[in-house]
Design a binder for this molecule. Structure first.
Ligand code: FES
Length: 240
């Protein structure tokens, strides 16, 4: 985790204002909370400001949001700097968040990092054409499909260096890239098919659920024994 500071002044826009469409959306968010609790809308508003600005939150946006919610600027700044989902400096059109935590590391994240470094440059650097930037982040919660990256809102999983190269090539060429596992898996099922619980008997009722049949047989035996005893009692001569 690196220190999170606002972008330098030369990168900061002079002002920020929500678009009319986003203003209407902001009104709706604020209206969700009771009077006096408008500050609860701070995260949605920061998120919308980031989206509108192409992926990052400027100082001007923080100040506008603080004024809008009746909050001290420092409170909004604290939130923007605490949550890593808010970028504090410009990012590329395709912002790659590369997971470098242990499961991804063990599955080859370093080789993926080498590719993005080679293709894009150092962390946080935005390419000349504005298309790419990248950042190493902590676990993104897709460890079953390690190694993986998040690009904008989508996950790209089960990566190899070759696949990462291809994804960057395709995005650069404006081609559509399919998110999700890149090795043919549908989600996070075992590679090459299931290795456990493969006995068909598990699914035909002969193993799971066989206790029902055993209980029914035991009950029938018990009832037969009771009936035989009753019959024997009826057939026995009555005592005088
Ligand atoms: S360690 Fe990479 S997604 Fe969890």
């Amino acid at each position: 985790m690196s220190v999170r500071r606002l972008a330098p002044q030369e990168l900061q826009p002079a002002s920020f204002a929500f678009t009319p469409e986003n203003e209407a959306w902001v009104d709706q968010q604020i209206a969700k909370y009771p009077p006096g609790r408008q500050a609860s809308a701070v995260i949605p508003l920061l998120w919308k400001a980031q989206e509108q600005a192409g992926g990052w939150v400027s100082q001007a946006a923080i100040e506008v949001i603080a004024a809008r919610l009746g909050m001290a600027k420092i409170r909004v700044l604290e939130i923007a700097t605490f949550y890593t989902m808010f970028n504090l400096e410009p990012v590329g059109k395709y912002f790659i968040q590369l997971c470098g935590t242990t499961p991804c590391q063990l599955r080859g994240a370093e080789a993926i990092r080498d590719v993005v470094k080679k293709r894009i440059g150092p962390e946080r650097h935005v390419t000349e054409d504005g298309k790419f930037s990248w950042l190493e982040v902590e676990c993104l919660g897709a460890c079953c499909n390690a190694p993986m990256v998040q690009i904008n809102a989508d996950f790209y999983e089960d990566l190899t260096p070759e696949i990462m190269e291809r994804i960057i090539d395709d995005l650069a060429a404006g081609k559509e890239v399919k998110p999700g596992p890149q090795n043919g898996r549908f989600s996070s099922e075992p590679e090459g098919g299931a290795q456990t619980l493969t006995d068909p008997a598990l699914y035909d009722g002969s193993v799971i659920g066989s206790w029902k049949q055993r209980l029914a047989e035991e009950k029938a035996k018990l009832e037969a024994a009771k009936a035989a005893a009753a019959e024997a009692a009826a057939a026995a001569p009555a005592k005088s």
